[in-house]
Design a binder for this molecule. Structure first.
Ligand SMILES: *Cc1c(COP(=O)(O)O)cnc(C)c1O
Length: 371
């Protein structure tokens, strides 16, 4: 049997798209699909958004890449815009969500050694979390199937159930090596799991009491999707570190690790880096994205659209015996089924809608564009 030229790390559906416009994608046979997935929460402004397209073309015709050995004016501008919006002090730019989280994990370890004087700095991570596919981020991820076969895992993580404050308090009493908590404000890959409204406030208090860093993974929930630019802004708190990626570049790879206070002083020259990270092309795209989200009030629009879509689902299928729960925070939308429904991704494609089934095959996940 011939070996495929692409490693089979993904089970792909047999459809290829050649054009996108707004919420619509067109396949190579000319069929039209309503895109309720956005390339997995990436194309928050929809496809071929003119502001992003213009920014990319303009930047590409001037200069695409220079390296971080030189000043990059639009990287500076993007950092200033993101820190203004988030209440954080500074930013490290990488190229993906995993890289943003790698930066956060490295930051926490250096904080542990330099500030907490701990020999084996340990980070609390959650069950059913997802933080990426690099060795450190898959070790932080709370999903055995993502880790199986890749041992030895990176050490220095201790796991707690999600949305369980008492479990964190118990760790605080028993583990003097803890220096940080890494948590998603809303768990995406495990099926849009939304914690108690004051969960992050309580985690903030525990982190303050113990001088731990509160590190929020907003790779999926950030960039307007939850109804605020960052999901923690629903809670009126500030984390010490926040990571984001997916929706930041609308498809141009970029990731960001933002830090505040003491955490903002940890990663200094020589401690971390990236050749591509924050290059002129990706920053031009991300600046266009951030400005569009803010100028066009797309955070509010995410709340309006999300609630409208969910009200429609409730009316049409809310009482169906195969539906366990319909839930959302902005445009992070889930229909939890009573039984696995993995085939729905294929069936909906036939009907012309793109969505995704996650959370052990029981959660239909929709992440439509904010527009
Ligand atoms: C997708 C995702 C990641 C990983 O991002 P990549 O760009 O695929 O590396 C990390 N954390 C969360 C919460 C995600 O949803």
């Amino acid at each position: 049997m011939a070996v495929e030229a692409i490693m089979s790390t993904y089970n792909r559906l047999s459809v290829a798209f050649e054009r996108g416009e707004g919420s619509w994608l067109y396949d190579t046979d000319g069929n039209k699909y309503l895109d309720a997935l956005c390339g997995i929460a990436v194309c928050g402004l929809g496809h071929s958004h003119p502001a992003v397209t213009h920014a990319i073309c303009d930047q590409a015709s001037n200069v695409i890449h220079t390296s971080n050995l030189y000043t990059i004016p639009n990287q500076q501008q993007l950092a200033e815009r993101l820190t203004q919006i988030s209440g954080m002090d500074n930013v490290f730019f990488g190229n993906s969500g995993a890289e943003a989280n790698e930066a956060a994990i490295k930051l926490a370890r250096r904080y542990g050694h330099a500030v907490k004087k701990v020999e084996n700095p340990t980070i609390i991570v959650m069950e059913n979390s997802f933080h990426g596919r690099t060795m450190a981020t898959l070790s932080a991820t709370g999903n055995r199937s993502a880790q199986a076969g890749f041992e030895p895992l990176v050490s220095g993580f201790v796991r707690a159930p999600y949305d369980d404050v008492d479990a964190i308090k118990a760790i605080a009493e028993n583990n003097p090596n803890v220096v940080a908590i890494l948590v998603e404000p809303i768990q995406g890959e495990s099926g849009i799991q939304i914690p108690a409204p004051d969960y992050l406030n309580k985690l903030r208090d525990i982190c303050d009491e113990n001088e731990w860093l509160l590190m929020l993974d907003e790779v999926q929930s950030g960039n307007g999707r939850s109804g605020k630019y960052f999901a923690y802004q629903h809670n009126d708190i500030l984390p010490d570190v926040v990571t984001t990626a997916k929706g930041l570049g609308n498809g141009v790879p970029i990731g960001a690790c933002l830090a505040r206070g003491t955490a903002a002083k940890i990663l200094i020259a020589g401690t971390h880096g990236s050749t591509y990270g924050g290059n002129p092309l990706s920053c031009a795209a991300a600046l266009a994205v951030v400005n569009t989200i803010m100028d066009e009030n797309l955070c509010e629009r995410a709340t309006e659209l999300g609630n409208k879509i969910v009200a429609g689902f409730e009316e049409q299928i809310g009482h169906a015996d195969y539906v366990k729960e319909i839930r959302n925070k902005g445009l992070l939308i889930a229909i939890e089924l009573t039984e696995a429904g993995t085939e729905l991704a294929v069936l909906s494609k036939v009907k012309g809608i793109l969505l995704n089934v996650t959370g052990g095959g029981k959660v239909v996940r929709m992440l439509p564009p904010l527009t």
